[in-house]
Design a binder for this molecule. Structure first.
Ligand code: HEC
Length: 503
């Protein structure tokens, strides 16, 4: 333990020095290239590591280094001062494909353990998720022990792992495309699980001998604890309602019966007959929330008592302010939209610097990404002087809405999969430009819009019944005349007629 302390010493330099990143007292070797000016603090942006391949998890290690996983199966660490990287482990059992691979990691702060979770393909081609533990040596990870193995799928494998203030391991799992697993206490999928450091079930879990801590989750992508021990999770919704949840012991979050708040009749009915816990926040249109970290350091006063949330689809950093009790959300600001691309990982150092990991070499990059330096670990750190730096725009106002209603709906609900140019993603999301279904008979198009479709094995088209007749007509008309398509429009009455047979 003493040895770790000496690594932490740089964190104990007087606060005055912390503010002089550019000047003689500079703490880091990397150049600050841009700045963000908040009301009370200026933040410098610098790159700590580049050329990575989807750093899925980044976390601050007890040795003062940033530990990170890459999706293909490696664990490395980088010295934030010098940028020197060190590869610690390659896990050949990792199966990387699209959203699958080596995902979460937690470095235990007081025990010599590192927890990792990944997807694996068995000898008979079954996809499983695993939670494993390694023992941390000087610069090695050894003694692998599989703590959990349970069903995975071609998507919805979660996940994050984090060590709580109680020393327990919290592990969020995806529903593995089985909605019905999420509420089922006999299944490990669609849960937040809680384990002892050795992998056994803690005595004070809600159900004896059961790892379950909370249930009814679809696909959690971020976990963090506040300074008063509250656990928050970011979760991917389907076509609507990404969520931020305050995770409580034994609580029920009701996927797939309730998405976001219980605001539709069937959802209200389900909420009335269950112990449903509503989200702390929900986002429609969706943003694809990912890594999340609690921030409460005086280094950046403007962001004290917030949750920092990276987003994939939104390609931004959300700064979500909590109330004093840290159990509800007061407000939210959005920074860096599209500037770094997709942000998957967020971690905070003991001296209040923020690290972000980009995810532009994953299976679904946004327009203009990856850039040659991707993927990167980026630092946000207070600076005294922004002279000569590029000043990045402040918190975003709502993005300028396209004038055309159909184009606006397309942007909010369809573009993440079918893309702005209507060309989709080969092998995952079909092109709508020159699609027979789009430009052919209205009935077939209306049918797929209302009911969704899952004929491909890997991805599915969500059902959009929840949109009004007017909105569906507008988006259908838009895609029939966008790009090189030249088909006639679809009316509200066409949509209304299309709804009937489904009832
Ligand atoms: C989560 C990703 C996703 C979103 C969001 C999405 N789709 Fe799709 N869409 C798909 C997938 C996957 C398919 C292929 C489904 C299949 O093969 O069964 C598809 C198929 C389609 C098709 C059939 C195209 C063809 O040629 O086969 C149309 C039309 C379509 N989507 C329109 C839309 C519209 C309009 C929206 C927005 C209102 C939208 N989609 C939103 C994933 C998505």
């Amino acid at each position: 333990m003493k040895k770790w302390l000496s690594y932490l010493l740089p964190a104990l330099v007087p606060a005055g020095m912390l503010l002089s990143c550019n000047g003689p007292g500079k703490r880091f070797n990397q150049t600050v290239t841009a700045a963000l000016e908040l009301d009370s603090t200026s933040i410098g942006v610098s790159t700590v590591a580049e050329g990575l391949n989807v750093p899925w998890e980044i976390c601050w290690g007890p040795d003062g280094h940033i530990w990170f996983t890459e999706q293909s199966g490696t664990v490395s660490k980088v010295d934030p001062v010098t940028g020197k990287q060190q590869l610690l482990l390659t896990i050949p059992e990792v199966y990387r494909h699209r959203s699958l691979g080596l995902l979460g990691m937690a470095v235990h702060p007081t025990e010599p353990y590192v927890y990792l979770d990944y997807t694996h393909r068995t000898a008979d081609s079954l996809i499983v998720s695993r939670l494993v533990r390694y023992t941390r040596g000087e610069d090695t990870l050894t003694d692998t022990k599989i703590l959990l193995e349970f069903p995975g799928n071609t998507g919805h494998n979660g996940s994050r792992v984090i060590v709580g203030p109680d020393g327990k391991v919290y592990f969020s799992t995806g529903d593995a495309h089985h909605d019905e697993y999420a509420g089922d206490i006999s299944k490990l999928n669609g849960k937040v699980l809680r384990l002892n450091a050795d992998g056994s079930v803690p005595d004070d879990n809600p159900y004896p001998g059961n790892y379950m801590w909370s249930r009814g989750h679809r696909n959690i992508q971020g976990l963090t604890f506040t300074d008063n021990g509250h656990l928050f999770a970011s979760e991917h919704g389907d076509a609507t309602d990404d969520e931020l949840n305050f995770i409580r012991k034994a609580a029920y979050y009701a996927w797939p019966h309730i998405e976001g708040y219980a605001d539709r009749p069937a959802e209200k009915a389900h909420a009335d007959t269950t112990d449903f816990t509503p989200p702390a926040k929900a986002w429609t249109p969706t943003i694809a929330p990912a890594g999340i970290a609690y921030y409460n350091h005086p280094a950046i006063r403007d962001w004290q008592n917030t949750l920092l949330l990276g987003t994939l689809k939104g390609a931004s950093l959300h700064v979500i302010r909590l109330n004093d009790a840290r159990d509800s959300v007061l407000d939210e600001k959005v920074y860096f939209t599209q500037h770094f691309g997709r942000i998957r990982g967020v971690c905070v150092s003991p001296d209040g610097d923020i690290y972000l990991a980009t995810s532009n070499r994953d299976w679904n990059p946004g327009k203009g990404f990856p850039i040659p330096a991707d993927d990167r670990i980026i630092r946000l750190s207070p600076i005294a002087d922004t002279k000569g730096l590029i000043i990045l725009p402040g918190a975003a106002a709502a993005p300028a809405a396209p004038v055309d209603k159909g184009a606006a709906i397309y942007k909010s609900y369809c573009e993440a999969c079918h893309k702005a140019d209507g060309k989709g993603v080969t092998g995952s999301f079909p092109a709508l430009d020159q699609s027979q279904i789009v430009t052919g008979k209205p009935e077939a198009l209306i049918h797929i819009l209302l009911n969704g479709s899952k004929s491909t094995a890997t991805e599915q088209m969500p059902a959009f019944q929840f949109l009004s007749d007017e909105d569906l007509a507008a988006v259908a008309t838009h895609i029939r005349s966008a790009w090189s398509n030249q088909a006639t429009g679809i009316s509200d009455a066409d949509i209304k007629a299309g709804r009937k047979p489904a009832k």
